[in-house]
Write a protein that binds this ligand. Structure first.
Ligand SMILES: *[C@@H]1O[C@H](CO)[C@@H](O)[C@H](O)[C@H]1NC(C)=O
Ligand SMILES: *[C@@H]1O[C@H](CO)[C@@H](O)[C@H](O)[C@H]1NC(C)=O
Ligand SMILES: *[C@@H]1O[C@H](CO)[C@@H](O)[C@H](O)[C@H]1NC(C)=O
Ligand SMILES: *[C@@H]1O[C@H](CO)[C@@H](O)[C@H](O)[C@H]1NC(C)=O
Ligand SMILES: *[C@@H]1O[C@H](CO)[C@@H](O)[C@H](O)[C@H]1NC(C)=O
Length: 346
């Protein structure tokens, strides 16, 4: 709890001179050159983060360690893959991750091979589930049900359903609003989340957060509804959505904007959007990639954010870019409930 206590202390120091509403505390930073891509929280509260650069690793970070620093543990480095992308949980403590052998230095090279792995606790026991040969570039994952996961193919502009028991897969959605737009970016559909009978998604190239009604098998049951644009927030400018999370009520979304170095909050009832953490000119959230809520009573109001550390898009602080290779992938905690998000302060 010491760590959470220091989040509170920091919150008091931050004051309100900026537009930032949520206090931020960096919990852990990997070495320069590293890029964290996605995040999931285990039921016990421990945080799983996926590494895209420099190697295909999955790490577990326990924010409740009884030390000044959270404990960090390598869970697994996936063979014959260059990076880990999405992660999703189907049943409690059973996760699926996507890996790829993408060469970020040669995006025009041969299409990468995308694989899906099961990471099941206790253990965890790690098994290859599927080689999704039809996919161009799998990115975000979401659970459709206890047995099926959905995968966003950012290059193809599609969603693929993967049966985790048999490893079989098929494309269930192909929509122009999921496709990349060459003039705007090579990454189309990115984060995906299932809520009720809707699939929410971001399209990075289009700066779009949207949803589409789906059938039980993941196929579309209606048209895409545009919820918001990451570029509509005045200081955000050209910031583009990466991955996102829905809150418990499903009325709010929180999205990472890589180029904006911020987290945006979107009111899904009216599309109103504002920046709740980070600043384009600060490394507090250096190129954020994904967000997840805490799952224990102590951190239910905490939003955890992973970052790419400014590897791809440098952060300009006082007009100077962060060095090549960036500052290192971060795990940052944001307190969404004001100054006392954790209940009684010890
Ligand atoms: C993967 O990268 C991390 C971060 O730089 C590093 O600490 C770790 O040793 C690397 N693992 C392997 C297997 O190279
Ligand atoms: C990795 O690739 C090499 C060369 O293609 C192959 O021999 C090896 O079996 C692969 N390992 C795994 C765990 O897939
Ligand atoms: C990824 O693996 C596939 C299948 O083994 C191979 O054809 C492709 O060249 C590899 N891509 C890279 C960038 O290594
Ligand atoms: C989605 O809606 C927002 C807000 O109305 C708008 O700015 C944006 O251009 C729309 N995006 C697309 C791709 O239609
Ligand atoms: C970021 O810095 C640039 C250049 O110094 C400045 O023009 C811009 O207003 C700053 N943006 C914010 C949101 O502080």
């Amino acid at each position: 709890m010491q760590l959470l206590h220091s989040i509170l202390s920091l919150a008091l120091l931050l004051g309100s001179s900026t537009a930032t509403k949520y206090a931020a505390q960096e919990l852990y930073r990997f070495p320069p050159g590293s890029w964290l891509e996605n995040i999931a929280v285990r039921p016990c509260g421990s945080i799983l983060v996926t590494m895209l650069i420099p190697n295909a690793s999955l790490y577990e970070i326990n924010p409740f360690a009884h030390t000044k620093r959270p404990s960090v543990k390598l869970v697994h480095t996936f063979p014959n893959s260059t990076g880990v992308v999405g992660i999703a949980e189907t049943t409690p403590d059973t996760f699926y991750v996507a890996t790829s052998n993408i060469s970020l230095a040669n995006l025009d090279g041969p299409p990468p091979l995308n694989k899906i792995w099961r990471v099941a606790y206790p253990g965890p026991k790690i098994e290859l589930v599927s080689e999704v040969k039809s996919a161009k570039l799998i990115n975000g994952l979401a659970a459709l049900n206890a047995r099926t996961i959905l995968a966003a193919d950012s290059s193809a502009g599609t969603v693929i359903a993967i049966d985790t028991a048999s490893g079989s897969y098929r494309t269930v959605i192909a929509d122009p609003l999921m496709a990349p737009v060459p003039a705007l970016g090579t990454v189309g559909v990115n984060g995906i989340k299932v809520r009720g009978n809707e699939l929410y998604f971001t399209n990075t190239a289009l700066s779009l957060l949207a949803r589409i009604p789906i059938h039980a098998d993941g196929t579309p049951a209606g048209k895409v509804v545009n919820d918001s644009s990451s570029a509509d927030v005045p200081p955000a400018g050209k910031a583009q959505y990466d991955d996102f999370i829905l809150d418990r009520t499903g009325r709010l979304a929180f999205a990472a904007t890589g180029g904006g170095n911020a987290v945006q909050r979107i009111d899904l009832d009216n599309g109103e959007t504002d920046i709740v953490a980070g600043n384009v000119n600060q490394t507090t959230l250096a190129e954020p990639t994904a967000v997840a809520f805490g799952r224990t009573a102590a951190d239910a109001g905490v939003l955890y954010v992973t970052t790419a550390g400014g590897v791809r898009i440098p952060v300009y602080v006082d007009g100077k870019p962060t060095p090549p290779g960036g500052i290192g992938g971060q795990l940052v905690a944001l307190s969404t409930r004001g100054w006392a998000p954790f209940g009684a302060v010890p």
